[in-house]
Design a protein around this ligand. Structure first.
Ligand SMILES: N[C@@H](CCC(=O)N[C@@H](CS)C(=O)NCC(=O)O)C(=O)O
Length: 200
């Protein structure tokens, strides 16, 4: 398999962490697809999206969308990414969804922030900021239940919070969220997190 990524992509960081954490480095080759806006970018050969992450499977299928790719890697690993069916799996899915929601909110707010001020929507920026805050608060409320061993949902939370540090330092997500802060600092010592952290 080949995983197409670009350096600081928070979406692509999730399968990149999965590959490291769950023993898939021999099965998946990582290919840096940057710069994504190049007219002849390799991703254009594979479908309409042109986005990372993208996973080329051994049967030649090209998978887009992070959650689809994580699902595929879970199967490829023999079910190592998430707990087995039951309460723990349901909880992991809840956290995975929350991490995705936060990432999307952060990502689109960052894009809006980078537009020319004359084209920005202050209302959009404000409502996405409020959504991000609700997500940080929800994670602070849930983090006590993030039991060992590390699963993919935990890594997705790390990816979203790492992206917040890069693109939204003004959110100061650590403020008044001591449990999430301690957990995050511990998670950043894992090689899967440390080796993929955004550089800025
Ligand atoms: N919904 C997609 C979002 C992926 C995404 O937006 N990736 C960004 C990089 S972080 C990208 O490839 N952007 C290139 C573009 O928008 O042309 C997913 O879950 O994988």
């Amino acid at each position: 398999m080949k995983l197409y990524f670009s350096g600081n992509s928070p979406y692509a960081r999730r399968p990149r962490m999965a590959i490291r954490q769950f023993g898939l480095t021999d099965q998946v080759e990582e290919v840096d697809a940057a710069p994504l806006n190049a007219p002849d970018n390799v991703l254009k050969n594979y479908g309409p999206g042109g986005k990372v992450p993208g996973l080329l499977t051994d049967t030649g299928a090209f998978l887009c969308e992070t959650l689809v790719i994580l699902n595929y890697l879970d199967d490829a690993s023999g079910g190592k990414l998430y707990p087995a069916a039951g309460e723990a799996r349901d909880f992991a899915m809840q956290v995975e969804g929350l991490a995705s929601l936060l990432m999307e909110s952060l990502f689109y707010r960052a894009r809006e922030n980078r537009r020319d001020p004359s084209e920005q929507s202050p209302g959009y920026i404000e409502s996405e900021g409020e959504r991000s805050t609700r997500c940080y608060d929800a994670l602070e409320g849930l983090v006590d239940q993030f039991a060992d061993p590390v699963n993919m949902a935990h890594l997705s939370v790390v990816a979203s919070l790492g992206y917040a540090d890069w693109r939204h330092p003004g959110d100061e997500w650590r403020n008044n969220r001591p449990k999430l802060t301690t957990w995050y600092d511990k998670m950043m010592q894992q090689p899967a997190s440390a080796e993929t952290k955004p550089i800025f």
